[in-house]
Design a binder for this molecule. Sequence first.
Ligand SMILES: Cc1cc2nc3c(=O)[nH]c(=O)nc-3n(C[C@H](O)[C@H](O)[C@H](O)COP(=O)(O)OP(=O)(O)OC[C@H]3O[C@@H](n4cnc5c(N)ncnc54)[C@H](O)[C@@H]3O)c2cc1C
Length: 447
Amino acid sequence: MADRRSGHRWENWARDEACRPAVRLRPTTVGEVAASIESAAVAGRTVRVAGAGHSSNDSVLTDGTLLSLERMHRVLDLDRESGLVRVEAGITLHALSELLWDHGLALQNLGDIDVQSVAGAIATGTHGTGIALGNISARVAALELVLADGSALELSEASDPEAMRAARVGLGALGAVTAVTLRTVPSFVLDFTETSERLDAVLDSLDERVTASERFGFFTFPYTRTAMTRTANRVEGAPRTRTRGRAWFDDIFMTNHVYHAICRAGRARPSLVPGLNRLVGRLAGTTHRVDRSYLVLATPRRVPFTEMEWAVPRASTAAAVSAVLEMIERERFPVSFPLEVRFGAADDAFLSPAAGRETGYVTVHMFGGMEWEPFFRAVEETAAPFGARPHWGKRHFRTAGELRGLYPDWDRFAAVRERLDPDGRFENDYVRRMLGPHVGARAGTHA
Ligand SMILES: Cc1cc2nc3c(=O)[nH]c(=O)nc-3n(C[C@H](O)[C@H](O)[C@H](O)COP(=O)(O)OP(=O)(O)OC[C@H]3O[C@@H](n4cnc5c(N)ncnc54)[C@H](O)[C@@H]3O)c2cc1C
């Protein structure tokens, strides 16, 4: 039986988005997912599914039924030959990566963390960096969903290409994803270097750098002209995994504890932020690692923040970064977190931030407990002229009417939504804001 937790509060990772669903369930089988959705329908409740809660916005929030598939975390099929791996939707990227390594396989790419659930990561178009590499949803070969009427649907490019391209980056708006089949690659070792460089030199040669390495990205702190460039390329040979002590010192002590203290000082005295950023920029050295792909790509992130990210055409990335930095410094926003800049291949999921174009991703953060809205609104306004599309799991203020023109296949997504969820069973405020009302509501047939 599904574990029933009425009235329990749910909150996201940063603890700045929370809700009190009428019913909270943790099903363990597809049958239980279906039963949960059917009983929500009978009671007139809407349904949302939570992943690992690592989105910065209100995408999960509901006062209806909230499902968490965290107890559905098994690997269902693994074919080493083809690399096709079918998993339950609640497995985390980290657990999956560890398991794949033991079978000589790996996820092709990861973002900065790997604690997200597979279904949650693909629902928002979660990505890493690498101009020839798509986001995680681009590696999805098949999806299994439970729809609003409790029926199970198996989707692939062959069975229903329209619904598949919609559901790959589906915002949780089409149904509860219960299983995902991913195209994995043979396991690989990455040679990774992070080093401090002059920002102007990086921006001037951005185009070459993006193609010179398999994976290139950088961080840059406002009020400095320093970039921390990060390159990673596949190498042959064994990983040189760090000792536990070294990993703790680098990833937990320096990147989290020391940095957290610096952010707290900036929050207490915002006027100190420019100086603190320059200090961090000067202290930054060079890091070199050769390790399993997933251990290099993802690291623990414990300093709380909220974030916003804009996907712009690759060719506009340097101009967008410069414009955002110039705006921050002009308006004196106390931003102690670096901008992060990454790249990705074009893809064909209807609502992918990289739909139809090679993409540069520009991410801004605000330290937890600091005022973020005026800053994020100013970033949004600055990024808009570049045709910027939002990350679906991060904060922004755009609504359906403004978003529609940014995605060539917006109406095709809407048609699939009307087909799969005509009564808006999987809606919440976020879905209505992002996608507009469902067809039943527009026709006045559904409350
Ligand atoms: C510290 C940190 C680092 C991050 N780094 C990156 C990064 O490097 N790159 C990047 O692109 N993003 C990054 N993100 C954002 C994060 O990857 C996305 O917000 C992702 O969607 C979170 O996955 P989750 O499992 O926590 O899902 P949640 O945040 O819980 O849910 C996200 C969406 O998926 C839906 N959903 C979840 N499970 C299901 C399901 N089974 N069926 C249907 N819908 C479902 C939810 O309803 C919701 O709409 C980061 C976030 C944090 C906090």
